[in-house]
Design a protein around this ligand. Sequence first.
Ligand SMILES: [Zn+2]
Length: 197
Amino acid sequence: MVSSKSLKKSPKPEKVKIIQVNVRGFDNNFSYLVIGKNGGAVLIDATGSIEEIEKAIRKNDAKVIFQLVTHSHFDHAGNVNCFIEKGILLKSFEDLKKCPEIEVAGFRIETLFLPGHTSDSVCFLIKNNLFTGDVLFADGTGRADFGGDENEMRASLEKLSAFSKKNPEIIIWPGHNYGGAKAMLKEALEKVTSPAL
Ligand SMILES: [Zn+2]
């Protein structure tokens, strides 16, 4: 006999596929495709080699629904307009402010506002993956002297540190390959030599 408990359908866990595209660009930049249900995908930080991004889209049969950028520096947003022209719209910083949680292709994207590197720096949390742009690399943080603010950076790192303590399993996917293509959030934070941490 089957118990009534086992007949209950448990919700299927969200599954995402992360494609880290080595687009070279300004300085070892990464673009990302996050692919969910039925190939529905989001493109993060379209920059560097358009060819490499398009190759990744084709290879994974991804249907890109919209774009996101971690901040407005040209080496992260360089190809945004090119993909807008191809019909893939961008969720702007203003859009994200209004709506920091987005459901798409069966997964949820949460925007964390972490200014400091620039005033519009955000990180995107998808399951236990954090797309950090220039807020945090495998081996340190982005500089605050290109339109950023040291004090804001310190506050953002404190927030990330508190977040990491509650969520020890988070993996970061940075905007550049500085000291590694990805890292555990906890370990990346340990390498930051900020007096705030
Ligand atoms: Zn930057």
